[in-house]
Design a protein around this ligand. Structure first.
Ligand SMILES: NC(=O)c1ccc[n+]([C@@H]2O[C@H](COP(=O)([O-])OP(=O)(O)OC[C@H]3O[C@@H](n4cnc5c(N)ncnc54)[C@H](OP(=O)(O)O)[C@@H]3O)[C@@H](O)[C@H]2O)c1
Length: 310
């Protein structure tokens, strides 16, 4: 199998994924100040469904539900193309922060209603920060709701999708989840999810690695990393990496993507896409040749400074 291009089954699931999956956290956001019309979101959703990437990652709360809504409109109109999967996530109640068994069921029902899909091959518990881990696993807690959905055949596999590695480890070690989704923690400038990914691989848990560009900075967009202002040290490291890439004639963005794609334990890397042309760009980035001799030179730049605590 070619680790960089071939479809694979995500461990712990029957889900087929391409090495790159598509992220939709801003899909359906209101029109931009430049007047970009809402119809742009529909065109983007259609392009995502027609594109070469098998998994589209959304969530109950992305763009306050509009991400799922826009995807659902496209699915109802054109059907879900063969080989395509939409993966969504359960979110806390936006008004109260409740994230218990009943909220999990409501979140699931909202999602399938918007998406127009009855059964979800994978459903993540998303950013469970309003409850502690004990509460999530207690009777009547979120994990009970997820387990019921799985037992009733409404959901194929359960995932945990969140940031802090210590929290992720506790969920991953519970045995209740078949998949984990980590973000911004296995990138060119942050490696703190490395042991978490190893743990998942040892346990047969499938791994999605999201945000290989740190939300944009490693793709040449903005000065934030993981949605916070990047430190001067981080900006300086990125400038040095870009200069090195210039000497090798490879785009930093291609290097950032390949860094995730070449990890054998990562089933798929989720890249956020905010406009249709990004899909073709991604295919080109994926195919960019990066000589093996480049990587030791990159390593010689030293440990990149992280902006995250956990
Ligand atoms: N807790 C969780 O479950 C969680 C957390 C984080 C992320 N995720 C998932 O992972 C996905 C990816 O994360 P992310 O979107 O935050 O980060 P990302 O994939 O690291 O970065 C995406 C950003 O890079 C920009 N970009 C891509 N190609 C570019 C180019 N050629 N030039 C300039 N900018 C470029 C995109 O801009 P455009 O918008 O202009 O295309 C987008 O804003 C999310 O959409 C979501 O589905 C999940």
């Amino acid at each position: 199998m070619d680790e960089l291009t071939d479809e694979r089954t995500v461990p712990g699931t029957s889900l087929r994924a391409t090495p790159v999956s598509i992220g939709t956290s801003f899909l359906g956001d209101p029109p931009q100040p430049d007047g970009t019309p809402a119809v742009a979101a529909d065109a983007l959703a259609r392009a995502m469904l027609a594109g070469p990437f098998a998994v589209i990652d959304t969530s109950n709360n992305y763009a306050r539900g509009r991400s799922e809504t826009v995807l659902g409109v496209a699915v109802r109109r054109e059907g879900l193309p063969p080989g395509k999967t939409i993966v969504t996530k359960v979110d806390a109640d936006p008004a109260t922060g409740a994230l218990d068994r009943d909220r999990v069921w409501r979140s699931f029902e909202e999602s399938v209603g918007r998406l127009g899909i009855d059964r979800l091959p994978l459903l993540h518990l998303h950013d469970p920060y309003t409850v502690d881990v004990e509460e999530a696993f207690a009777p009547g807690g979120a994990v009970q709701g997820l387990t019921e959905l799985r037992e009733q055949g409404l959901v194929g596999a359960l995932g945990i999708a969140a940031g802090p590695v210590s929290l992720m480890r506790r969920y991953a070690e519970s045995g209740a989840f078949q998949v984990l989704l980590t973000h911004n923690r296995y990138t060119l400038v942050d490696r703190r999810a490395e042991e978490l990914i190893d743990l998942a691989v040892d346990r047969g848990i499938g791994v999605f690695n999201a945000a290989p560009f740190g939300g944009g900075i490693l793709a040449g967009s903005g000065e934030t990393y993981a949605y916070r202002q990047a430190s001067p040290e981080l900006l300086a490291w990125v400038a040095r990496a870009r200069e090195l890439c210039g000497r090798w004639d490879v785009p930093l963005q291609a290097v950032a993507l390949r860094f995730s794609l070449r990890h054998p334990g990562i089933a798929s890397t989720i890249v956020g896409v905010g406009r249709p042309e990004r899909l073709a760009q991604l295919t080109r980035l994926q195919a960019t040749a990066i000589p093996e001799e480049f990587w030791p030179e990159l390593a010689a730049l030293g440990t990149p400074p992280s902006t995250l605590e956990d």
